[in-house]
Design a protein around this ligand. Sequence first.
Ligand code: NAP
Length: 318
Amino acid sequence: MKYNFCGHSGLQLPAISLGLWHNFGDVDCFATMERTVRTAFDRGITHFDLADNYGPPPGSAESNFARIMARGLSAHRDEILVSSKAGHLMWDGPYGDGGSRKHLMAGINQSLKRTGLEYFDIFYSHRYCPETPVEETVQALIDIVHQGKALYVGLSKYPVEVARKACEMMASQNVRCLIYQDRYNMLSRNPEAEHLDFLRQQGLGFITFSPLAQGLLTDRYLNGIPADSRAARESGFLKRETITPELVEKLRRLNAIAAGRGQSLAQMALAWLLHKPEVTSVLIGASSPAQLESNLEATESAGFTDEELGMIDEILAN
Ligand SMILES: NC(=O)c1ccc[n+]([C@@H]2O[C@H](COP(=O)([O-])OP(=O)(O)OC[C@H]3O[C@@H](n4cnc5c(N)ncnc54)[C@H](OP(=O)(O)O)[C@@H]3O)[C@@H](O)[C@H]2O)c1
């Protein structure tokens, strides 16, 4: 595994991290998730990303992670970085969602209890909440560090101008905003508009989620929708109707470029991100150890020629 320094900090993240959003809930097979986490750790993936609402049901990914840790991995706690988040709907009533101090403090306390951990390595505000003054959310994050509940804090899905204000406020109280987390993949390139410049200027790390566009940027959907796929499970996050004939044609053309490079489409999609200097870590999901093992080969991928990048851009633009 290759490790990258997280922005201007002393903390190194693995080039590939594993997220537990899907495939780690109580609806999933415990033996498979345990093998996936253990395979990841054995292959040098030292970073596991959680959130309070991951499951389903919400909370169960954190409880299952606790069980996996207790069955042998907790002896390696100091070799592992665990992150969690609060900010999306988690429980009923006015305090179960959003960016208030009440929600974040209750959220981290619940998450620590579920995971059985004494502290998180990184704790995030899971989303920008326009109804909450950002100063309130950020003060809660600063206090979480001062209380020792998290070593570092980060932001996820924030507009650049709000993120800038948040970083400045943290710096004024001697807490570094370590890292920014957002969706970035070949099919979803929004961070290129403003965020990449901002992250470079501020010296923040960048961890990119859904690098495979939830499985679209793999060979999963080139010939229909497999019964065991995320799109077939209809969780509501990857909808069947997204997989149009036009998209499949695009994916086939990308797949042909990947084949020409001697790799799978998934490996090429990950390598495309790994070669961006702003990207500290690429945060993948995996429904089996085999997917994970195959995706890890992206870390040994060759770079891209200008011709390849041009062809990829041309396919993505159409
Ligand atoms: N901050 C946020 O708001 C936010 C939002 C979303 C995600 N995240 C984080 O990012 C992590 C990753 O997100 P994601 O799960 O959407 O990532 P992803 O890597 O884009 O998608 C993972 C899915 O792609 C399929 N897949 C993976 N490797 C494959 C391969 N080699 N061949 C075929 N199919 C393959 C699997 O789906 P099948 O089930 O079909 O096998 C797998 O579950 C999450 O777990 C979470 O930690 C954060």
